[in-house]
Design a protein around this ligand. Structure first.
Ligand SMILES: [Fe+2]
Ligand SMILES: [Fe+2]
Length: 134
């Protein structure tokens, strides 16, 4: 049986939300530390921290599902999100240009790398949705 929404409307709803927010913060904190470790050439440590970040993201996702925050209609939601991911490519490249404009070349490069990821996310989602609708 699915755990979707089972804590919604119960006395645990608030605690589940709180736990979820904590996990989200943990995920970005560990991902940030992983990036810093990588910058310093600490590749093994970076990988461990990134794995922990992924765990925390998964935990956040479970809390989302418990309180029924995630749209249950997976493909309907992905169909809506795919264009936003693809469009982010252009927006982020413009943003990277502005960041470059104040002399932050390395930061601009990272934002451009994010832009490429978002475009890839858009393509992946579109493929999923297209396959599903066949
Ligand atoms: Fe966690
Ligand atoms: Fe994305």
């Amino acid at each position: 049986m699915s755990i979707y929404g089972v804590t919604k409307g119960t006395k645990f709803e608030e605690q589940v939300d709180k736990n979820g927010k904590g996990e989200e913060q943990g995920a970005s904190m560990y991902a940030g530390l992983a990036f810093l470790a990588k910058e310093r050439g600490l590749d093994e440590i970076s990988e461990i921290l990134l794995k922990i970040a992924t765990d925390e993201m998964c935990h956040a996702g479970i809390y989302e599902v418990l309180n029924g925050h995630t749209n249950q209609d997976i493909f309907e939601l992905l169909k809506k999100i795919a264009p936003a991911e693809s469009n982010a490519f252009e927006g982020l490249n413009q943003f990277a240009g502005k960041v470059r404009g104040i002399g932050l070349e390395d930061a601009a490069k990272q934002i451009e790398a994010i832009a490429l990821d978002e475009r890839r996310h858009g393509e992946l989602l579109k493929n999923i949705v297209d396959k599903q609708s066949k």
